[in-house]
Design a protein around this ligand. Structure first.
Ligand code: PEP
Ligand code: MG
Length: 888
């Protein structure tokens, strides 16, 4: 029979760190620490499998669990030297959740469990502290009532504030033991009123209700929401950890804290954290009191500090990884309550990985595997422009780097509502503190600013995990939700007005301050060089200006995988010439307009070729439907008529003519060049002439002409023949030869199916997975917002397929396309067909891993995702076909 319950404590344990799937992260690490001889209060873990079975059996505790729990209680009692439910000296326990992946603050915890009317008196006598015992009891009734029995916490709060008012005191700590006795009886009355029965006096009854409450929280709203955002799926449930209580609130020689073994923000090798004297654990994390920096503990409790430093190095050398720890000091005795891999910013992840290699703790391969590619976003986040004028109005704690400006929003609900109305508006969420209820709003914000809280507060931890700029503990801020405004050092900022934060410095500024793009240097460059050695996939970029090309090259791009030429037709005189071309009555008129556009195109290409000297540049011929270049409103149409000196009716008529029911399936892509070959002629001429001009300057150019939206080989035959004819003519005229290729995009399902035929003509393939996804699913890529969240929520799809390749469906077409394409090309020409991807998926780490697996030659993504793709490609190569688990 499977074992359901695992004991730990007193220098030994039944579990181990590598049993996270079964014991949850918290339980597995408590067991490991215990075995390492680190002081851990004794306890036991009920497995995640029990949680799974509990749900399978219709919320029933499976057979065999209860006797194992009884046995484990006995072991815990022996280790603690106290008995659970002993009226004269009770052993109290905490009951906490702990899933295989960390879900901070997402599930319920109950403390002080085991207290009753009888044992509260025993505890008071034993500790000689009535206040302490009664305060613990009233907290238990509150936590147990609200967590296990569903009583609204507000009802208890109401009694607490009522009593404080009656007694004329401000703080909870001002209440006397007598007052707390009264509070306990009021809490019991609240409990009875809402639950319908008395607060249970039997500690076992309390324990089982608490265990069920932890299981119940697995499907609570907060937990489900968190798993959705973090894309966590496939877990059986949560484990339950029952552990002897230790008290950080037993006076000034007690306390509690959280710390990281290195700085989770910068990665610096310093002990980093906060603690509070005379407090319980939740007080530090909840951000209610602003805690003291851990370095100060050195002065307040030198012995404890020394011990903590020794544990810090023991944990790091054992786990070979940065740890996030929780500890409690009860009357100068230190206990560890948790250790886990610390969440960190991308900046910190990179520095820690590189430094740990230098320290000999890990090797280069481990370092590469350890950094989540998406977290590099952090190092690629904008920083405040050092040249910009900035008036720092207040400074808080730097919690998560990067600079952000946004419109002030005071609640998470307002953030959600604002984003629904104005999806592109940057939001700055300003709160006193955040809690797990706020995650949806926090996710939408560009930056997060809180008035209270420390480095390990909810806001800091969550923001860091997501790579969002965040400043916490900025006590110069007062928030007036009613008035819809905040005051910062006397200055009023209304909701909707701009604030800027610098999450690396902790600075807060009123208004918008300009930002600059970062560069790759130091540890980042080192890690990237290791990644480059490990990967086999090349990484190109999607860029259509010389500036973007140069930036991407700085970030390591090895060429351009997609230059969308339509982006070059939108500015100034170009859009006018483009419109002239579209509105022309005949070929002659179109050619005249195209002739005006040609020099612009040529100059753009020269700039791009120079920026990408020596590297391949794939240029796609015009792709979008022509109506996209014309205004659809009256005023816009009149303006075009005026500029082109033609009647407005003509503009209107042409817009109507170009109107399509399904433009994405309409007159676009290579269909444009089939009907209007002169457009493609002009573009090919501009490409080849530009290449010749650059080559004449002694620079190496490798243009690749790409024909979009091909569905049949016949389309490609016609267009390729024409492109080659134009190119040959250019070269003949100039007396210069350039190396160029003609290839196609695979973005129509049919193209993937007949890839062998198409490859006989194409010198390369580039998968346009945006369109391929759109056409495979039949989802309009521009209209998914209305239903995609419901699809994810209902688990119809695990992720948005426009974000990460749908491996099972679209992926099959890609595999077929690569395989048939390569075979077709080989059979016809004996050549290797070069294959890449240029849809948005090229910058998504999971999709990059898929591209590696199917044997593509390169991925192409936006400039800022190039380093992410480089690292993802390295991880894919190292995984050697196995799936990669990413700590999200
Ligand atoms: C694609 O469809 O994946 C693609 C890269 O082209 P576009 O996004 O421009 O349609
Ligand atoms: Mg496309």
């Amino acid at each position: 029979m499977a074992k359901h319950v695992y004991s730990f404590g007193g220098g030994k344990a039944e579990g181990r760190a590598d049993m996270k799937a079964l014991l949850g992260g918290k339980g597995a690490n408590l067991a490991e620490m215990s075995t390492l001889g680190i002081p851990v209060p004794p306890g036991f873990t009920i497995t995640t499998e029990v949680c799974g079975e509990y749900y399978e059996q219709g919320k029933v505790i499976p057979d065999g669990v209860a006797p194992e729990v009884d046995a484990a209680i006995k072991v815990m009692e022996d280790a603690a030297g106290k008995k659970f439910g002993d009226p004269s000296d009770p052993l109290l326990v905490s009951v906490r959740s702990g899933a295989a992946l960390s879900m901070p603050g997402m599930m319920n915890t109950i403390l002080n469990l085991g207290l009753s009317d009888a044992s509260v008196a025993g505890l008071a006598k034993k500790t000689g502290n009535d206040r302490f015992a009664l305060d613990g009891y009233r907290r238990l009734i509150d936590m147990f009532g609200s967590t296990a029995m569903g009583v609204d916490h507000e009802h208890f709060e109401h009694e607490l504030s009522g009593l404080k008012k009656e007694k004329g005191v401000k703080l909870d700590t001002d209440l006397s033991a007598e007052d707390l006795k009264e509070l306990v009886s009021r809490y019991k009355a609240v409990y009875k009123k809402h639950v319908g029965s008395d607060f249970p006096q039997d500690p076992k009854e309390q324990l089982w209700a608490a265990i069920k409450a932890v299981f119940g929280s697995w499907y609570g709203k907060k937990a489900v929401e968190y798993r959705r955002i973090e894309r966590i799926s496939g877990l059986k449930g949560t484990a339950v950890n029952v552990q002897a209580m230790v008290f950080g609130n037993m006076g000034s020689n007690s306390g509690t804290g959280v710390a990281f073994t290195r700085d989770p923000n910068t990665g610096e090798d310093v002990f980093y954290g906060d603690y509070l004297i005379n407090a319980q654990g939740e007080d530090v994390v909840a951000g209610i009191r602003t805690p003291e920096p851990i370095s100060q503990l050195h002065d307040e409790m030198p012995k404890v500090y020394e011990e903590l430093m020794a544990i810090r190095s023991k944990l790091e050398s054992h786990y070979k990884e940065m740890q996030d720890i929780e500890f409690t000091v009860q009357e100068e005795t230190l206990y560890m309550l948790q250790t886990r891999t610390g969440k960190r910013t991308g900046t910190s992840a990179v520095r820690i990985a590189v430094e740990m290699v230098k320290e000999g703790l890990i090797d280069e391969v481990t370092a590469i595997q350890r950094v989540n590619p998406d977290s590099l976003n952090h190092l690629l986040l904008p920083q405040l422009d050092p040249k910009a004028k900035k008036d720092v109005i207040a400074t808080g704690i730097a919690a998560s780097p990067g600079a952000a400006s946004g419109k002030v929003v005071l609640t998470a609900e307002d953030a959600v509502a604002h984003a629904e109305k104005h999806p592109n508006d940057p939001i700055m969420l300003v709160r006193r503190e955040t809690s797990p209820e706020d995650v949806a709003g926090m996710h939408l914000a560009r930056g997060i600013l809180t008035a209270t809280g420390g480095k390990a507060s909810h806001a800091a931890v969550v923001a860091r995990g997501w790579g969002k700029p965040c400043v916490v503990g900025c006590d110069a801020i007062t928030i007036d939700e009613k008035k819809g405004q905040i005051t910062i050092n006397g200055k009023v900022v209304k909701a909707g007005e701009f604030l800027t934060i610098d999450g690396a410095a902790g600075d807060v500024m009123i208004g918008q301050v300009s930002t600059v793009a970062p560069t790759i240097s130091g540890d980042f460059a080192v890690l990237m060089s290791w990644a480059d050695k490990a990967r086999t996939l090349k990484v190109r970029t999607n860029a259509d200006t010389p500036a973007d090309s140069a930036k991407a090259r700085e970030f390591g791009a090895e060429g351009i995988g997609l230059c969308r030429t339509e982006h070059m037709f939108f500015e100034g005189q170009r859009i006018t010439d483009m419109r002239k071309m579209i509105l022309a009555d005949d070929l002659e008129g179109r050619q005249k307009a195209l002739a005006s556009l040609e020099p612009y195109q040529r100059e753009d290409f020269i700039g791009i070729f120079e920026a990408m000297e020596g590297l391949p540049v794939t240029i796609r011929l015009l792709d979008p439907p022509l109506h996209e270049f014309l205004p659809h409103d009256e005023a816009g149409q009149s303006e075009v008529a005026r500029q082109l000196n033609i009647p407005v009716e003509k503009v209107k008529h042409r817009v109507e003519q170009l109107h399509e029911v399904n433009p994405m399936l309409g007159f676009r892509g290579c269909r444009l060049a089939i009907k209007y070959p002169e457009i493609a002629d002009m573009q090919v001429r501009a490409i080849i002439d530009a290449a010749i001009a650059v080559k004449k300057k002694g620079k190496d150019v490798l243009p690749e002409i790409m024909i979009p939206l091909v569905g049949t080989v016949e389309e490609l035959v016609i267009l390729k023949k024409r492109a080659i004819a134009v190119a040959e003519e250019c070269q003949k005229k100039a007396g210069v030869q350039v190396k160029y290729q003609v290839g196609t995009m695979i973005e129509i399902p049919r193209a993937a199916l007949v890839a062998d035929k198409i490859a006989e003509e194409a010198e390369f393939f580039s998968f346009g997975t945006n369109d391929l996804t759109q056409m495979t699913f039949g989802f309009s890529r521009d209209d998914i917002a209305g239903f995609m969240p419901a699809y994810i929520e209902n688990k119809i799809l695990p992720v948005d397929p426009f974000q990460s390749i749908d491996v099972n469906g679209v992926g099959q077409l890609i595999e077929i396309g690569v395989q048939r394409g390569r075979e077709g090309r080989k059979a016809k020409t004996g050549e290797h067909l070069k294959v890449g991807i240029c849809g948005e998926h090229g910058g998504d780490p999971d999709s990059v891993a898929f591209c590696h697996k199917v044997g593509m030659d390169y991925v192409s993504c936006s400039p800022f995702r190039v380093p992410i793709a480089r690292l993802a490609a390295a991880q894919a190569a190292l995984a050697d076909g196995k799936s990669i688990s990413r700590d999200r």
